[in-house]
Design a protein around this ligand. Structure first.
Ligand code: ARG
Length: 459
């Protein structure tokens, strides 16, 4: 195919360079947004009289025809085309002749591509938000089932204090809620229209950038033409927001993997969301969680690729920037895939409450409450802490728990102990007494669920 810039060149481009330069294999996915942008541009060119309004109408109809044919599969990409922008313009010219050649008046591929990625990512952000919201809703529903399910809470992966499983789940709901906020911030900040920035120095034609902004649903035009074509901050911000979602999914995955091990046995994954081993008949592997954890590294790689790609680029456009697409598309595809697989895996998992309860009974996670018992009877906390530590030591030596140690053993260390200590250190009591705002008690978790659901309603 003859190049659009053939006038300036005496030779055909080397075929390897052609392939090297080409981006249609990955930017083809933006065809809808490219056409949407071109329709807005053509509309504005017609309305401002930069081109004949009748020709503008023909261009719009031509673009709509190309869109319909690409959607239906009647038209396939020409893999020889340099990119999606060149392909669509060439196809338009094939269909309309000279009229098609007027579309690119007062425009450059530099502002065109800056526009297309924004339009494309704006839609993708909505999808990622909706998948994230579905996960939060699933967490709220599951937490509501487990406001009284006692489990050990951990620090350093050592049993620490009793909590409820509902509380643990709502911790993740809050993490993913912040992710929604980051996605919204990114979408808001990037909703500026770069079209009209031209190659770098805008244009001498009397274009109307407010008009294309309104037509394309932007908050307004970008304020500086150099920045308009050089900016990829929004790709980086979005990749960072996605990387944080992946980080959260990865921590959750790590817990799912631990919880489904024989060592914990807190949950059992549904057969549809686990896999077997080719050699070990007893195995049931948490592959979905492991892949989410693994793919997190890959998304960090995408973010790092974008940051490094941009760090030394002089203004304005440089071809390096074509590398933005594979990185951000991969991050977007990966997070969507992970979210849409992780959520049903979680929803179908069986929660083994008895095992959580049994694990909570071991590990002296009520020791803090035992110390607090003495404090409530007037002992300074440090003394109470020491006495409880001694009691734990006795339990370890004699193979007992604080619940099974006889009252006499307690009373040998302090006469403040009486029978009611056993009530104070009951795991249920310990969890349910933590009823302050943000705590693990039943009512507190119910409040958290209510608040989260109300917050989701505001989206
Ligand atoms: N395919 C190019 C990209 O994605 C489009 C912009 C090309 N601009 C240029 N001056 N060569 O970045």
């Amino acid at each position: 195919m003859g190049k659009m810039w053939a006038g300036r060149f005496k030779k055909e481009v080397d075929s390897k360079v052609n392939d090297f330069n080409s981006s249609i294999s990955f930017d083809g996915r933006m065809y809808r947004h490219d056409i949407m942008g071109s329709i807005a541009h053509a509309t504005m060119l017609g309305k401002t009289g930069v081109i004949d309004p009748a020709e503008s109408e023909k261009i719009i109809a031509g673009l709509e025809g190309i869109l319909a044919d690409l959607d239906s599969g009647d038209l396939a990409f020409d893999m020889e085309a340099e990119d999606i922008h060149m392909f669509i313009e060439a196809e338009l010219t094939k269909r309309l002749g000279d009229t098609g050649k007027r579309l690119h008046t007062a425009r450059s591929r530099n502002d065109q591509v800056a526009l297309d990625i924004r339009l494309y990512l704006r839609d993708e952000i909505q999808e990622i938000k909706s998948l994230t919201k579905t996960l939060i809703e699933a967490l709220c529903d599951m937490a509501a089932q487990h406001t009284e399910t006692i489990m050990p809470g951990y620090t350093h992966l050592q049993r620490a204090q009793p909590i409820t499983f509902g509380h643990h789940l709502m911790a993740y709901a809050n993490m993913f809620w912040r992710d929604l906020g980051r996605l919204s911030d990114t979408a808001k900040r990037m909703n500026q229209n770069p079209l009209g920035s031209g190659a770098l120095a805008a244009t001498t034609y009397p274009i109307d950038r407010e008009m294309t902004s309104a037509l394309l649903g932007f908050d307004g035009p970008t304020a500086n033409s150099l920045d308009g074509v050089s900016d990829r901050d929004f790709c980086i911000e979005l990749a960072a927001a996605i990387a944080t979602i992946m980080l959260h999914l990865s921590r959750f995955s790590e817990e799912i993997i631990l919880w489904s091990s024989w060592e914990f046995k807190f949950i059992e994954l549904d057969d549809a969301y686990a896999t077997g081993s080719s050699i070990m008949p007893q195995k049931k592997n948490p592959d979905v969680a492991e892949l989410c954890r693994g793919k997190t590294g890959r998304v960090y790689g995408d973010l790092m690729a974008l940051l490094s790609m941009m760090k030394s680029l002089p203004l304005a456009y440089n071809k390096d920037m074509q590398e933005d697409k594979e990185a951000i598309f991969d991050a977007v595809d990966t997070v969507k895939l992970c979210l849409s697989t992780f959520t049903p895996m979680l929803q179908t998992a069986r929660v083994l409450k008895e095992n959580m309860r049994a694990a909570a009974a071991k590990g002296f996670i009520n020791a803090t409450d035992c110390a607090d018992y003495l404090v409530k009877k007037g002992m300074p906390f440090r003394d109470a802490y020491k006495i409880t530590g001694t009691l734990v030591g006795i339990c370890v030596d004699t193979g007992k728990t604080l619940e099974t140690l006889p009252l006499s053993a307690y009373q040998e260390l302090s006469e403040l102990f009486s029978q009611d200590v056993f009530d104070a250190i009951s795991l249920e009591k310990c969890a349910m007494a933590r009823n302050v705002l943000g705590g693990p008690a039943k009512e507190s978790v119910e409040r958290q669920i209510c608040q989260m659901k109300a917050a989701l309603e505001t989206l």
